[in-house]
Design a binder for this molecule. Structure first.
Ligand SMILES: CC(C)(COP(=O)(O)OP(=O)(O)OC[C@H]1O[C@@H](n2cnc3c(N)ncnc32)[C@H](O)[C@@H]1OP(=O)(O)O)[C@@H](O)C(=O)NCCC(=O)NCCS
Length: 187
């Protein structure tokens, strides 16, 4: 069970710069020192561009009833340090209000204690309580075994794979699509 010293809370707009610093550090793990590639970008190119950061920040203010929304949560440890994150966002395509996309990560020093599973559980509950979303979708690099295991354990199903979608650092990466229907137990 997750230590009670770790709390999952909504990302406060005033904490956005701190969140970007955390994310920049988190993304620097991509493909490094035994960590699977989890972003389709070359090693070393991990900075969240100012444009992407501004789009992320702007989407946090979009009402849930409108296309283009995004919401994020952070896990903080006893000292207040961000040690994990999860976000849900609209699909790029319009007229897809019953679905959303999930992104997440856990700080390298806080993995394998159940935080990933707890972050997913947290946003599933939120989505059921606060939104019209019935399906959470995600895309994951097919080589990212730790993430795929976590998603399968959390009830996601694989719906497809695009073979050799990316060529990064001279390696091919396939892209796996997964989804979870939030009301599966009610049928
Ligand atoms: C993928 C990722 C989010 C998993 O997060 P996590 O917090 O380690 O996930 P969990 O702790 O819930 O589960 C991980 C493993 O630890 C195990 N575990 C969970 N709690 C445990 C505990 N208290 N003691 C021992 N093992 C434990 C789980 O059973 C699981 O084992 P498995 O991989 O053999 O199935 C994390 O590795 C990560 O951030 N990776 C880099 C970024 C990334 O891949 N993001 C996803 C992109 S799509």
């Amino acid at each position: 069970m997750l230590p009670s010293s770790i709390q999952i809370v909504p990302l406060h707009p005033l904490d956005f710069a701190e969140f970007m610093d955390y994310l920049d550090d988190h993304l620097s793990d991509n493909g490094k020192d035994g960590t699977a590639y989890f972003q389709p970008s070359p090693q070393g190119q991990h900075a969240f561009s100012p444009q992407r950061a501004a789009a992320f920040r702007g989407a946090l203010d979009v009402p849930l009833s409108q296309h283009g929304w995004r919401r994020a949560w952070v896990a903080r440890n006893a000292t207040g340090q961000i040690v994990g994150h999860v976000d849900l966002r609209s699909h790029t395509e319009r007229w897809s209000a019953e679905r959303c996309l999930l992104g997440m990560g856990v700080d390298r020093a806080h993995r394998k204690i159940g935080l990933g599973a707890a972050l997913i559980e947290h946003v599933e509950l939120w989505a059921k309580q606060e939104t019209a979303v019935g399906w959470i979708d995600l895309q994951v690099l097919s080589n990212n075994t730790p993430a795929i295991r976590l998603y399968l354990r959390s009830g996601f199903k694989i719906t497809g794979e695009v073979r050799d979608m990316f060529k990064v650092d001279n390696q091919y990466f396939s892209y796996t699509d997964m989804t979870k229907y939030l009301y599966a137990n009610q049928h």
